[in-house]
Ligand binder design. Structure first.
Ligand SMILES: [Zn+2]
Length: 848
């Protein structure tokens, strides 16, 4: 028998059905609860142990198989967030009915059952209540078996003011006015059998779209009054992706309706509650006529991601939190497939390379972690909501899908879902299903990627007779303790020969693999198609050939990988920075958005590292490259241009006017911004973020006032965050002070304030001030901000690139531990250390 962990619930009593009736009081920020739980007692007990936090119990009783009612009392264990109900007599095996009367609070920490506030179109302050239960906060709303494997049916009743809308996981069965009270009782149908973290209740004033039928389920989008007109785009991708997934999975949508609801205060991006998905407003509400392509893509991504979870996560759920990665990696993977099918012209898999690169950056650290690791206490799962779970997880699934073939992969997924529907599964169950369905060794291949941290750097060279492939782990820091790990690496090769192009896929499982040299080899690309989660290092001879073929024979994703790998190896000290800058010089004819994105990200990174003299020399150099790319695109949209080209124009101008410090560009951007203010339709929408960020970068107090007012009176969620975050990009000390104050004075929602703070830390002119401010107000920030945002805010410390600041940062965090994100904090500190080491290594490089 394994030892019983104090925070895990005993399995002597199993819940089967909950009937929950809640009466929230929005103005008093409390709620009253009545709960019945139909349970199966497995062995004789006198105690029933459940999870509960911040709840007060008024009465507890249990009704036996014969109808006899036994009264009990409740004892709380605050540390383990449990309540033990003690009964004066033994409960024998069989079906019992637990009855609990209790009360709780609507908190302001954006978890459990919480309050969110907003101003209605008449400027009146309004309150609504919503839930966020993942991972372990359902226990703040109702006593429950708050572990994912205790699946049960939920029947919810909400008693709310007559004029309010109430939403839960299932369809409304009936609404009955409660005469004389001004309230109504809203009774919902039974949910499917599911985990507690997926239960949801939303109560407030809402505007809903007309329903659109997807199979048998009506789908609606909801927003607070005045914002309903921003729901059309989400309704469209919502309906498309739900239909798409029911075909991909070959299983009908498991719910009886689907509501997508925008909540003004929301800690993460969205939450996949079955049938009642909640979102932050920027991830759901958007004005198609005003938003940029990137902003539309974000809404399409998040909606598709959450819809994918209705099956992967909700219908089939992980047994315990160590399996969280599979939920999230898979939903991220499916999000790409659905958006790619919806708008192929967006080339969603190409832009996924940017996300993959972000995961490879963290995974190249000594402080990385395997995708899956043992999770004991559920809080440890909080540290799993990161780039390794989502982006690395999705990347390795994509690599597997490409290796097995998309249809074979899909068939394995179907088998997995059928086998485990309405139940729970582990990672190995997926590999079993894939192996049964494809007869290929999926498990051996995937184990090396899921249970080992990091990824390989693949070296490729040729000798007389062979191509020689070898692997070693990639690390930014060249410490002596780099481990020897071998991965099962599918290597996709494409070679140019005198006879034409040859494709070949080989599996590298050992240190080295030799394959026969293609006859008359001209050039070869390793990681062809760009799906591999590894970096490639070409021998000098092969590299020369690849560079020569850059624009003629390499796909955009392959050029992206080449640039990104050389930038990474330069930071690791394996290549010189000059090699990287020379490669950028070759990109004057480059037309791909993602290739430019990686160049622009690295430029900002370098700009933060370099001192003033180097900064100017570097800027001269990148100005030339950016300008030549922009000359071809020009400042005005042309007939027949793609949306990606429009976005690229915006990105290039943005980079040129900020990190490139190009005076002519800055002036033109200001003129255009003035024109935009007079006539918003006169400027192409993908250009606007660039204009806003250049005006902030070069901005005066008068600009600041203007932006501040636009933030306060924004027409769309995207505009609100655009101007808010722009306030963190101004550079005069007094303006920086004002924005810093806004992070804690209540003017900025706590869902955004931590990210504003992160932005100011990354602003080179503001970073020292921002760091002092953050240290001074640390406790205040911890109290106010959602827990999950603290490690994300702290990512900003990677901008504090001087040896003095680094030392101070280390000292501070040695005394102030961020428990909910210890691993992420370690990673931020290492990234800062790498940047400081690069600063040292490159300090004389660009001078005269
Ligand atoms: Zn997700």
């Amino acid at each position: 028998m394994p030892e019983q962990k104090p925070y895990r619930l005993p399995t002597t009593v199993i819940p089967q059905r909950y009937e929950i009736k809640l009466t929230p009081d929005l103005s008093a920020a409390t709620f009253a609860g009545e709960e019945k739980v139909f349970v199966q007692v497995i062995e004789p007990v006198r105690q029933v142990v459940v999870n509960a936090a911040e709840l007060e119990f008024q009465a507890v009783s249990i009704k036996g198989p014969g109808g006899k009612v036994v009264r009990g009392d409740a004892a709380l264990d605050i540390e383990n967030e449990q309540a033990t109900f003690n009964f004066p007599e033994t409960l024998n095996p069989g079906r019992w009915e637990l009855q609990i009367t209790y009360s709780g609070i609507l908190n302001d920490k954006l978890h459990g059952f919480y309050r969110s506030t907003y101003k209605d179109p008449n400027g009146r302050e309004k309150t609504l209540a919503s839930t966020q239960f993942e991972s372990t906060d359902a226990r703040r709303a109702f006593p429950c078996w708050d572990e994912p494997a205790f699946k049960a049916v939920f029947q919810v009743t909400l008693v709310v003011d007559e004029d309010l809308t109430a939403i839960s996981n299932a369809r409304v069965l009936r609404q009955t006015p409660l005469s004389g009270t001004g309230k109504k009782e809203v009774v919902f149908a039974d949910s499917i059998k599911m985990s507690t973290y997926l239960v949801a209740f939303i109560v407030g004033e809402f505007e809903g779209t007309d329903p659109v039928m997807v199979g048998n389920a009506p789908l609606r989008v909801w927003a607070v009054p005045g914002k309903g007109h921003l729901a059309k785009f989400a309704r469209e991708i919502g309906a498309f992706s739900l239909g798409f997934f029911s075909r991909y999975y070959d299983i009908a949508y498991p719910g009886d309706k689907l509501d997508l609801i925008a909540i003004p205060d929301f800690a993460s991006g969205a939450m996949e509650n079955l049938g009642a998905i909640t979102f932050r407003e920027t991830a759901l509400l958007v004005d198609e006529g005003k938003a940029t392509r990137a902003e539309l893509e974000r809404v399409a991504d998040v909606v598709s991601h959450e819809n994918a979870h209705m099956w992967f996560g909700d219908l089939v759920t992980m047994k315990w939190w160590n399996g969280l990665w599979l939920n999230e990696a898979f939903a991220t993977f499916m999000e790409m497939i659905a958006v790619d099918a919806w708008k192929p012209e967006w080339r969603r898999w190409d832009s996924f390379t940017v996300s993959r690169a972000a995961a490879m950056q963290v995974d190249g650290l000594k402080s990385t972690r395997p995708i899956e690791f043992p999770v004991e206490r559920p809080e440890e799962a909080a540290g799993m909501f990161d780039v390794l779970t989502y982006e690395k997880g999705a990347s390795v699934l994509r690599m597997l899908e490409q290796y097995l073939g998309p249809d074979a992969f899909r068939d394995g997924i179907r088998l997995y879902l059928r086998r485990h529907e309405y139940a729970n599964a582990e990672t190995t169950d997926l590999w079993d299903a894939l192996e049964d369905s494809t007869r290929q060794p999926a498990r051996a291949l995937m184990d090396s990627w899921i249970f080992q941290a990091g990824y390989p750097l693949i070296s490729i060279k040729k000798d007389e007779r062979s191509l020689v492939l070898s692997q070693r782990i990639f690390r930014y820091l060249q410490d002596s303790d780099i481990p020897k790990r071998e991965f099962h690496v599918p290597i996709f090769l494409r070679a140019g020969t005198k006879q034409g192009t040859v494709n070949q896929t080989v599996l590298l499982t050992d240190q080295e693999l030799r394959i026969p040299l293609p006859e008359d080899l001209d050039w070869v690309v390793a990681n062809a198609g760009g799906h591999g989660f590894y970096r490639v290092r070409y021998s000098p001879e092969l590299m020369t050939a690849v560079k020569r073929e850059l624009q003629s024979n390499l796909l955009a994703v392959e050029r992206f990988n080449l640039v990104n790998d050389i930038w990474a190896t330069a930071q690791a000290g394996l290549t010189s920075l000059t090699d990287y800058l020379d490669l950028i010089d070759l990109l004057r004819d480059e037309t791909d958005l993602n290739v430019w994105t990686t160049v622009i990200i690295s430029s900002h990174h370098l700009y933060r590292i370099l001192d003033e003299v180097q900064e100017r020399l570097f800027q001269e150099r990148i100005r030339a490259v950016f300008n030549s790319a922009l000359q071809r695109l020009t400042w005005s949209p042309r007939e027949g241009e793609t949306e990606l080209e429009r976005q690229l124009r915006g990105e290039l101008i943005n980079a040129l006017g900020t990190v490139g410090e190009d005076k002519a560009c800055q002036q033109r951007a200001r003129e255009l911004y003035t024109q935009y203010e007079k006539d918003p339709t006169s400027v192409e929408r993908n250009l606007i973020p660039a204009l806003v960020s250049i005006v902030a970068h070069t901005g005066t107090s008068a600009d600041y006032e203007k932006f501040y007012s636009r933030f306060k009176n924004a027409q769309t969620p995207q505009e609100e965050t655009r101007y808010l975050f722009a306030l963190g990009a101004f550079r005069q000390p007094d303006l920086i002070d004002r924005t810093l104050q806004m992070t804690i004075n209540g003017e900025v929602r706590t869902q955004n304030a931590p990210y504003l703070m992160r932005g100011i830390l990354l602003n080179k002119d503001a970073r020292a001030k921002a760091w002092s401010f953050m240290k001074e107000h640390w406790n205040d920030m911890l109290n106010k901000y959602p827990d999950n945002s603290i490690p994300r805010m702290c990512e900003g410390i990677i901008g504090l690139v001087t040896p003095e600041l680094e030392a101070d940062v280390r000292e501070f965090f040695s005394r102030h531990l961020v428990k909910q994100g210890a691993k992420q904090m370690e990673q931020h500190l290492e990234r800062l250390h790498i940047a400081v080491a690069c600063r040292e290594r490159w300090k004389d490089l660009l001078r005269g």
